[in-house]
Ligand binder design. Structure first.
Ligand SMILES: C[S@@+](CC[C@H](N)C(=O)[O-])C[C@H]1O[C@@H](n2cnc3c(N)ncnc32)[C@H](O)[C@@H]1O
Length: 288
């Protein structure tokens, strides 16, 4: 399943017209990167992704741009180091399109989706680093699990689900997505369109990838490598992410200004052709 870049026209419109260098912090399938390199024929781009498979794929896709595209495996929490090591600072535009790509979700076998119950319960963007979702559920204290479900999933039944998880692992440790589904569904029944495990999946993915800490580190470093008049665009997919973007960037209002008061959302037409875009929210900031 190919990943369709979201808010593509809006991302291109957010780039300052005098752009020379830019960083795509979340290459994914390089959809945004390709379009940006095509649209701005004199631009050089540095692309990062935490997922080594995404990096290999992006390298292949961006080969046709020759020396204009530089691809690095890494976490955007270290964007300053990557930019400086590649002698790629300052830049005029930085893009971060948060979360996962459709290919990661559907093809990498990392347990991101409840539609693939046989997959191992991993959920890491970078399978070379940190603990898997299964490790977390098998080792963490019930209070910690409950806290993750409550804070990162805003899951109302966090207490009962955390209790059921701890009870479950005493009989059989978590290894697959099916183990997680069985436990969540023993507590929570499907009501409406949302799968009962949706918020639990979101919470576990945020936990194992330290998504909010990494996002905060990135947002604090990014203004340091942007030229005055240069811009940063961040696309989030849920309100917790968007809140982090808003809060961290408003704490830096002496050096960056928000370009639009309200986040930019996809058009009805984009949502129709790419339903995954429906929750996208883009905020753009300009370096003062
Ligand atoms: C929504 S996808 C990006 C899709 C891309 N814009 C495109 O058009 O193909 C998000 C990507 O960000 C990566 N990612 C998530 N957190 C990251 C982090 N902290 N550092 C670097 N990459 C990260 C994921 O591995 C995934 O490939």
């Amino acid at each position: 399943m190919a990943h369709i870049p979201v808010l593509l026209e809006e991302v291109i419109a957010a780039v300052p017209p005098t752009v020379q260098r830019m960083i795509d912090c979340t290459l994914g399938d390089a959809g945004h990167s390709q379009a940006l390199l095509e649209h701005f024929p004199n631009v050089e781009l540095l692309g990062l992704d935490a997922d080594p498979q995404a990096v290999t794929m992006a390298e292949e896709v961006l080969k046709r741009f020759g020396k204009r595209a530089h691809v690095v495996h890494g976490n955007f929490a270290d964007v300053l180091t990557f930019a400086r090591n590649a002698q790629f600072a300052p830049v005029d535009f930085i893009l971060a399109d948060l979360g996962w790509s459709s290919t990661q979700f559907a093809e990498r076998g990392r347990g991101f989706s409840f539609d693939a119950p046989q997959e191992s319960l991993d959920m890491r963007f970078n399978p070379q680093e940190g603990e898997t979702a299964a490790d977390f559920l098998n080792c963490a204290h019930e209070i910690k699990i409950g806290d993750v479900l409550r804070r990162f999933g805003e899951e109302k039944q966090w207490r009962e689900i955390a209790r059921a998880m701890v009870k479950q692992r005493e009989h059989k440790p978590f290894t697959t997505v099916q183990d997680l589904l069985d436990t969540v569904e023993s507590v929570k029944k499907r009501t409406g369109r949302l799968h009962p495990a949706t918020l639990v999946f979101q919470a576990l993915r945020i936990q194992v990838n330290h998504e909010f800490e990494r996002l905060e580190q990135f947002l604090k470093q990014a203004p340091d490598i942007v030229t005055p008049g240069g811009r940063l665009a961040v696309i989030s997919f849920h309100s917790l992410e968007d809140r982090t973007v808003k809060e961290v960037m408003s704490s830096q209002s002496a050096i960056v200004k928000l370009m639009t008061k309200k986040p930019i959302k996809p058009s009805a037409q984009e949502i129709k052709s790419n339903p995954r875009s429906r929750s996208a929210l883009m905020r753009t900031f300009e370096k003062i």
